[in-house]
Write a protein that binds this ligand. Structure first.
Ligand SMILES: Nc1nc2c(ncn2[C@@H]2O[C@H](COP(=O)(O)OP(=O)(O)OP(=O)(O)O)[C@@H](O)[C@H]2O)c(=O)[nH]1
Ligand SMILES: [Mg+2]
Length: 447
């Protein structure tokens, strides 16, 4: 844990120690320009951080300090000498609403003398707080160390050019050693993650060999992916009204369709630098390397938010897919919260993006779920067919039925005298093989 600790104490560089629980901390949000900080506030509140005030300065972002230097000095003065009863009392964290450069981070924290996080560091701390599996923790740690390295390099460069006093007493040489140690740690973690990714890829190959089909769930964070996963699979996963509840991929079988696997995964967010998301590549691959993708969005978002989040999700998905031909269904979730009018508006947002007509569903009321399930099966196996297994000369229908059940998903069954009529979903190749073997005893109708 050398990296974070060193950064936390480095000559006034306060960028966050290794603590994972930030609930109850009081923070100040600095906004430059006209940006709307609601997502930043949601990220902070997801972590239980109380943003006591927002300081906004018009104009464009200062390349050195985000806010202008004069304004930042004023803020520093008040942060360091807060009068009794002032809302800034107890503030020990300052948030920058932008993805700051290392230079801006170092300068701002030096001037303010309190811990400073930009949007990326806030996300990394959030990931760190939510990461529960070894895999997720490793991914987050890699992303964090990479980010720390850029800040350390900036510190070293400022010392070398005399812009700042010695680094934590040890000087640039000491910092250079820390940097090298961080590099080694990242390499070790990456090797561990690569082993994990290889094991996952092998599991995927085994699934394909066993004839299973995978349906991936992707979409903006908090879109309702895990709820949809739960509704379709019956498998319990973490569902919470917070951003990034899910950080790793869970695979489960679709209820009543054991050959269809669903993969729930981490959500997307705007403007997450690719080197940060890179740490989650293997996790995303687990869900995105699928036969069918359900791109999920929250129908109850305001239309412009829905548009932005869908655009981000589409971009992230497309960047990660080698295969453009992947089939995608658009799912609008949480429709139980929407009026008829709102549903129309949300549908229009989807169609205006040139996407196929969306499935409107609610994981809470199960509305639309049957239709979605049906569409999934139709995409994977084609439409349902009815097969009549005809009883004859001693060969029991039961044996045929058992053979069919090995390759097909049975959706309905009725008996007609000694015959059995089954409604099935079956891959064409499997059906052809089955017909070749038992053809004279099977009547196929209503496909
Ligand atoms: N009303 C309503 N709320 C829903 C529905 N589906 C999900 N939610 C709520 O939306 C919030 C987020 O749901 P999740 O399923 O955790 O969303 P997610 O996309 O997995 O989120 P992350 O893993 O954090 O990216 C939770 O509070 C859910 O209860 C729905 O169909 N109707
Ligand atoms: Mg989730």
């Amino acid at each position: 844990m050398a990296g974070t600790d060193v950064l936390a104490g480095a000559g006034g560089m306060l960028l966050g120690a290794a603590r994972t629980d930030h609930a109850g901390r009081r923070a100040l949000l600095l906004v430059r320009g006209e940006d709307e900080p609601s997502e930043m506030l949601a990220l902070a509140s997801t972590m239980g951080i109380v943003v006591v005030d927002t300081v906004r300065q018009s104009g464009s972002v200062d390349p050195r300090t985000v806010l202008g230097r004069g304004r930042l000095d004023e803020v520093a003065d008040l942060v360091q000498h807060v009068p009794e009863g002032h809302p800034w009392r107890g503030v020990d964290l300052v948030l920058l609403h932008v993805n700051a450069t290392p230079r801006q981070l170092v300068a701002t924290s030096t001037v303010l003398g309190v811990e400073v996080w930009d949007r990326v560091r806030l996300l990394l701390s959030l990931f760190n707080a939510h990461a529960s599996s070894v895999e997720a923790r490793t991914q987050v740690r890699i992303a964090r160390l990479r980010s720390d390295r850029t800040v350390l390099r900036e510190l070293i460069s400022q010392e070398t050019t005399g812009e700042r006093a010695g680094y934590g007493g040890a000087g640039a040489t000491g910092a250079g050693e820390v940097l090298a140690a961080l590099g080694r740690e990242v390499e070790g973690l990456r090797r561990r993650l690569a082993r994990h990714a290889r094991a996952q890829a092998e599991r995927r190959r085994q699934r394909v060999r066993s004839g299973a089909r995978t349906v991936g769930l992707a979409g903006y964070t908090n879109a309702g992916k895990s709820s949809l996963f739960r509704a379709l699979s019956g498998k319990e996963v973490l569902v919470e009204d917070r951003l990034f509840s899910t950080l790793e991929t869970t695979v489960g079988r679709m209820e009543a369709s054991p050959r269809v696997l669903l993969a729930d995964t981490i959500g997307f967010i705007d403007a997450l630098p690719s080197e940060t998301l890179e740490a989650f590549r293997a996790t995303l691959a687990e869900a995105l390397e699928c036969d069918l993708l359900l791109l999920t969005a929250d129908a109850s978002d305001p239309p412009d938010e829905l548009h932005r989040r869908l655009t981000t999700s589409l971009r992230e998905v497309r960047e990660r897919l080698e295969d453009d031909l992947l089939e995608v269904l658009i799912v609008l979730s949480k429709v139980d919260r929407c009026s008829v009018e709102e549903r129309h508006v949300a549908t229009k947002v989807v169609l205006d993006l040139g996407l196929p007509s969306p499935f409107l569903v609610s994981s809470h009321t199960a509305e639309g779920m049957e239709r979605l399930r049906d569409a999934i099966l139709t995409h994977l196996h084609g439409p349902a067919v009815d097969l009549r297994l005809v009883e004859g000369d001693g060969r029991a229908v039961a044996a045929m039925e058992a053979a069919l059940r090995d390759v097909a998903l049975v959706e309905g069954r009725r008996e007609a005298g000694a015959d059995v009529v089954l409604r099935v979903r079956v891959d064409r190749a499997d059906l052809e093989r089955f017909m070749a073997e038992h053809g004279e005893r099977i009547e196929r109708f209503r496909s």
